[in-house]
Design a binder for this molecule. Structure first.
Ligand SMILES: [Zn+2]
Length: 215
């Protein structure tokens, strides 16, 4: 890392990517991050990020269209050096480009200094149970990867009094879910815990439906 006029310049090769990469692989196994011919017109989906030390607001994030491999390498990540939510501008460095979804990660990091990690995944099981699980969510008319979404995310955090961890869905982004926390493991567990709760509800709904036929 080098420092110029007080702004730390992180070098990708100096950053330990092992933990973020381990959790990214777990999310890939759950198909929360991935790429499949029969989903979303074949485009890769989901991304994972980690705040870099210091309070500069910089963070590491998996690049756009990196959904397919089971495990990523350093060349699949980039550093968000600067982001301006109002101007809808992102400055990044690294061998690949961030998706426009990096704006939503920025919204979290700028809102609360305690948030250190975030996972944006696509999970139809959780997304469909937004109401049943009373999950915080952004409205259907807010598209993902826009300044409006960044604004909506910041108001969600404020409205629901999120501290350093939580999960919300994005109704304007098919299957879109965002989990965040003060550690990578806690963000991953937010996603997995919520998926388990969603699967419980789905089974109960199915059981109730079946029981009508038994009676
Ligand atoms: Zn998405």
């Amino acid at each position: 890392m080098t420092e110029t006029e007080g702004v730390i310049k992180y070098q990708l090769q100096d950053i330990d990517i092992t933990e973020i990469n381990a959790w990214r692989s777990i999310m890939h196994r759950l198909a929360v991050i991935g790429q499949s011919r029969d989903k979303y017109a074949g485009y890769g989906y989901g991304n994972i990020s980690q705040r870099l030390s210091g309070n500069s607001g910089q963070f590491l994030i998996s690049g756009t269209q990196t959904g397919r491999p089971e495990s990523l390498t350093r060349k699949d990540y980039c550093i968000i050096e600067h982001a301006d939510l109002e101007a809808n501008e992102i400055t990044s460095r690294g061998p690949c480009k961030p998706s426009s979804e990096a704006l939503t990660h920025t919204a979290l990091y700028q809102r609360d200094p305690a948030i250190e990690n975030a996972i944006h995944g696509h999970c139809p099981e959780i997304w469909r149970q937004t109401a049943a699980l009373a999950l915080p969510h952004s409205a259907e008319n807010v598209p993902y990867g826009t300044p409006e979404m960044a604004e909506a995310v910041q108001s969600l955090l404020q409205m629901h009094g999120f501290r350093q961890s939580g999960l919300f869905t994005m109704l304007g982004h098919e299957d879109g879910v965002m989990a965040f926390a003060d550690t990578m493991a806690a963000a991953g567990r937010e996603m997995i815990d919520c998926l388990a709760q969603a699967l419980v509800i789905a089974q109960r709904c199915k059981a109730n439906y079946n029981s009508r036929f038994i009676i």
